[in-house]
Unconditional design. Structure first.
Length: 288
């Protein structure tokens, strides 16, 4: 999501881009004027050297799992060997306080700090496409959004806003060591998002809050996740929301792009039919 979006935005700006994928069948999808697709694998360090040859600035983003530190360490070493000048890592605005995901990312950031390269962090808060499109199966099954976030508030940000900001930081940013925290324009809880979603779609889509244990059980039994995947991929984020560790609110997006960030209502209006149709497929009576 982030890599493809930033690639497109950099190409629009006329910046030369080398776009890396580990899947040869997807390389053709990356082709466009100004974009050089390459195939390499973060899990296979020997493939990374040619991909990074003659690259000035590296955007570092990796899958959100237990191999974050190892994969990003492989790319960092290849960037140093290729004599890249700068690295911009996708980080995040949610405070994880040393949970498993936080430890992996923090170790990667520390390695970047010690690398001798110029560096910056691109730190979006919770992304609307992730936090709401991922709820479509719940809406279809239960007529509701189901999570364990309590009434925690987040300044939800649109993925395209993150891509636009990331492209500006990669192409124009010069502040070494800066953490660019990118957020939406307002803080809202899942309950408040559901109120907006219900108004925009004309269908009642409530928020159902469950315990962490209940959500883990659902993710393991219904989504086929392991408990570790459920923790790193889902639950630790909702825990941060509930504990007030996701309440970052900045004007950084406007500063780096000159644009107003997308509101939750604007984003939901643009995707109204997706959520309305999901609710239409749900049982007549949502859970209490």
């Amino acid at each position: 999501m982030f890599g493809g979006g930033i690639t497109a935005r950099l190409a629009e700006r006329g910046a030369p881009v080398r776009a890396m994928t580990s899947n040869p069948s997807k390389a053709a999808d990356l082709e466009r004027p100004g974009v050089d697709p390459v195939v390499a694998d973060m899990d296979r360090p020997e493939t990374l050297g040619p991909a990074l040859a003659d690259v000035d600035t590296v955007f570092l983003v990796s899958p959100m799992d237990e191999r974050v530190q190892a994969r990003e360490g492989n790319v960092l070493a290849a960037a140093q060997n290729a004599r890249a000048r700068r690295i911009v890592k996708l980080y995040g605005a949610v405070e994880h306080h040393g949970d498993p995901l936080g430890r992996l990312h923090d170790a990667s950031v520390e390695a970047i700090r010690r690398s001798g390269l110029e560096w910056a962090l691109l730190s979006p808060t919770s992304v609307l496409e992730t936090t709401l499109f991922s709820m479509i199966p719940w809406i279809e099954a239960a007529g509701a959004i189901v999570a364990c976030a309590g009434e925690g508030k987040v300044a939800h940000v649109a993925a395209d806003d993150v891509a636009r900001a990331g492209a500006a930081i990669l192409a124009d940013g010069s502040e070494n060591g800066r953490n660019y925290v990118i957020t939406g324009p307002e803080l809202s809880s899942y309950s408040e998002v559901c109120e907006t979603m219900s108004r925009v779609t004309g269908r009642s889509i409530p928020y159902v809050d469950v315990s962490e244990a209940e959500l883990e059980k659902l993710l393991v039994e219904e989504a086929g996740m392991t408990p570790e995947q459920a923790e790193i991929g889902v639950i630790c984020h909702f825990r941060a929301w509930r504990n007030g560790d996701a309440e970052a609110l900045t004007d950084t997006y406007r500063q780096v792009t000159g644009r107003a960030p997308t509101t939750v209502e604007e984003w939901l209006t643009a995707h109204r039919d997706v959520f309305a149709q999901a609710r239409d497929r749900a049982p007549a009576q949502p859970p209490a």
